[in-house]
Design a protein around this ligand. Structure first.
Ligand code: COA
Length: 178
């Protein structure tokens, strides 16, 4: 089952996330960072109580939220856990009435199966890049940006997020050589 994370889940969330961070697949998370954003987190718990996956939904703007810290214990991958966690993010977006859900990822095929499409990074607002200062790959970011639009969530008229400025040097947006 998927349930909101509690403070007791933090060590296990860190263990799962950092096991992938060690392989360069995502950012390391400290306890301080996890405590701070714990209310964004959900975990996938097996019937015996073992947590085998986690995700967080971060609100970026009135019309945009981000899937963050999506990670499944390596031993439990390929069993639909990741898919269920992203579906939880989608359900949360619907509940909060946020129309677009984005991800910065290496897992293009996984997210495509869940209805996400690749978008230009500079089509996303500047605020998306706030975490990049902490990323060791900020000068050569090779993640792709993907968005799923929830067409059943009404569009709203709100002030738009400050755009990512064109022509201004933001390392994460610069071309990566193959
Ligand atoms: C990406 C990740 C979350 C996927 O979780 P998972 O539980 O293994 O994925 P699921 O079993 O739910 O897969 C759902 C579907 O996507 C497919 N899929 C999963 N990973 C895939 C991959 N790397 N390439 C292609 N397809 C993939 C599955 O085959 C499945 O397809 P189906 O519905 O047709 O059967 C997991 O591999 C992971 O934790 N990776 C390391 C951390 C990471 O990269 N996180 C993403 C940060 S944005």
């Amino acid at each position: 089952m998927i349930r909101p994370a509690t403070i007791h889940d933090v060590p296990r969330i860190q263990e799962i996330v950092n096991s992938h961070a060690e392989l360069g697949k995502m950012l390391f998370k400290s306890f301080a960072q996890l405590y701070e954003s714990l209310r964004d987190f959900a975990v996938y718990e097996l019937p015996g109580g073992r947590v085998v996956g986690c995700t967080a939904l971060a609100i970026i703007w009135a019309d945009l939220a981000e899937v963050r810290s999506l990670a499944v214990d390596e031993k439990f991958q390929g069993r639909g856990v990741g898919k269920r966690l992203v579906e939880w993010c989608i359900d949360e977006c619907r509940r909060i009435q946020i129309r677009r859900l984005m991800s910065l990822t290496y897992e293009r095929a996984f997210f495509e199966k869940l209805g996400f499409i690749v978008v230009e990074k500079d089509s996303l607002p500047l605020k998306v890049w706030s975490d990049c200062v902490r990323c060791p790959k900020r000068d050569g970011c090779d993640e792709i940006a993907m968005v799923r639009e929830l067409t059943d969530v009404p569009m709203i008229v709100m002030p738009t997020a400050p755009p990512t400025p064109r022509g201004v040097s933001i390392p994460v947006l610069e071309e990566v050589e193959d």
